[in-house]
Design a protein around this ligand. Structure first.
Ligand code: G2I
Length: 452
């Protein structure tokens, strides 16, 4: 197996130290125990930020979906599970179970959780629209208290009010606006502060990513709130981009002007339609803008693989529909200061690669309370490998429940993995990866590799 050199270990220790200090502040957490700078979450943590994904509870049963989430990201926003129609479908009957599926997993990995969203005109339960002003006021307060109370102390930031403005800067004529008037946003924020004083309270919207009539209206509202002591801590910029709505040239300047008001800014629903280098460079611009604004505390992409995006046909995400890392992924990782290449010293100069025809294997384990994901990298030596077998011995009590990109001989104790059709051939010095998921403690595994 490959023994990592001191240089690699020192690099990792630095990243972990930085991330640890930040985790203590509650804002960020490590994605796992994988090589720190080789995942989006760990690279972002080293820059003092979280990197999250919108997650749907309905996909958690798909091993690669969950694995990609927990391996790559250190933050999460439930995509639909906290919306009013799901979470309070009938008055005062709360349905927390779908969102809890996500938050329980997120909490066991110390992820940064964004709550989305409390007061929004869309995905609103039908019963809300029929209420008179007095009842609507009570229902809004009760909703905020009920939902925030359930996760009190566990949510990093809440989108308290979502999409309350029109493109021309006027208020959207939602049921809240029509029945409660202009004051409803302020009321929602004041109620939210009392419901969970530790959560950051955000206003969240789209098409506010550059300076325009809509973002100016939000700006004026935040300025007014700050001047009157209305509790607001952050502004979320959804950042849904495509060719008709590209990353604006003043994107960073716009984030900065909000930050200058004394609020944090967050990129809350990032996706950019396109492919290849164009998509990659647009993602790079967004990440660089956030990194350049010290109060930009994190980025969330609105989904994991393209196939589950709300606009899948535009392939707007970082992973393709087979969970392959797209050029945009590499661009984001690099912009965050990470690298998906094996460290330059892996195999290190003092630990030469295996001889011609042989292979080496390394395992990175992402361990949480009661389960683990192992990612195994098989590297060919100086000669071509045409098939391989990796053997590991799991600690007692560990059981593999699923795996991908390899055939597997068993689930406990000594387990052998052999290549599948498409990843048996490994060119000299190149690597392929496979993985497994299990229950129990699966760390401290030493693999051996035999080429066939
Ligand atoms: O529309 C993109 C986003 C804009 N900002 C607010 C976000 O909350 C919003 O997210 C999307 C979700 O990604 C979609 O998944 O919100 C949509 C609804 O406005 C979500 O779509 C809904 C479908 O409309 C429903 O038919 C479906 O039952 O997703 C539901 C759950 O899959």
């Amino acid at each position: 197996m490959v023994i990592r050199s001191l240089r690699s270990t020192a690099r990792k220790a630095l990243v972990f130290a930085a991330a640890g200090a930040l985790a203590a502040s509650g804002a960020v957490a490590l994605a796992g125990t994988a090589d720190a700078a080789s995942t989006l979450g760990a690279a972002a943590a080293a820059r003092g930020r979280y990197f999250g994904a919108a997650v749907s509870s309905g996909h958690l049963g798909e091993a690669q979906y969950t694995n990609t989430w927990v391996t790559e990201f250190n933050g999460v926003t439930p995509e639909n599970e906290m919306k009013w129609d799901t979470i309070e479908p009938n008055r005062n009957q709360f349905n927390f179970a779908p969102a809890d599926q996500i938050t329980t997993q997120a909490r066991s990995r110390s992820m940064t959780i964004r709550g989305h969203t409390l007061v929004w005109h869309s995905q609103l339960a039908g019963w809300v629209s029929g209420l008179d002003a007095t009842n609507l006021q009570t229902a809004m307060t009760n909703h905020i208290n009920g939902v925030m109370g359930h996760w009190k102390g566990q949510i990093y930031a809440w989108d308290v009010v979502n999409e309350a403005f029109e493109e021309n800067g006027t208020r959207r004529q939602s049921v809240f606006q029509q029945k409660l008037g202009n004051g409803y946003i302020e009321q929602a924020f004041r109620t939210a502060r009392a419901a969970d004083p530790n959560a950051k309270l955000c206003y969240n919207d789209y098409n506010t990513d550059g300076q325009n009539a809509k973002s100016n209206a939000v700006f004026a509202m935040v300025q007014d709130f700050k001047s009157r002591g209305v509790p607001i801590d952050c502004v979320g910029f959804q950042s849904h981009f495509n060719s008709a709505s590209p990353v604006p040239s003043d994107y960073q300047a716009n984030l900065q002007r909000f930050a200058n008001l004394g609020v944090d800014v967050q990129i809350t629903e990032l996706d950019i339609e396109g492919s290849g280098t164009t998509q990659a460079s647009n993602y790079t611009r967004v990440v660089n803008a956030c990194l350049a604004v010290s109060r930009c505390t994190g980025i969330t992409v609105w989904g994991i693989p393209d196939k589950y995006s709300w606009r899948a046909s535009g392939t707007p995400l970082l992973f393709d529909s087979n969970y392959g890392k797209k050029p945009a992924y590499t661009a984001v990782l690099n912009a965050l200061g990470g690298s998906s290449d094996p460290p330059p010293d892996n195999p290190p100069p003092d630990n030469p690669p295996p001889a011609g025809g042989a292979c080496a294997a390394t395992v990175t384990t992402n361990q949480w309370q009661d389960g683990f994901v192992g990612t195994v990298r098989v590297t060919a030596g100086t000669g071509q490998v045409n098939g391989w077998t990796v053997t590991i011995t799991l600690p007692a009590g560990a059981t593999i429940t699923s795996g991908w990109n390899a055939n597997r001989s068993g689930n406990t104790g000594t387990v052998q993995f052999t290549n599948v059709g498409f990843n048996g051939a490994v060119a000299p010095g190149q690597s392929v990866e496979f993985g497994y998921q299990g229950t129990g403690t699966g760390s401290d595994v030493t693999p051996s590799c035999a080429a066939s």
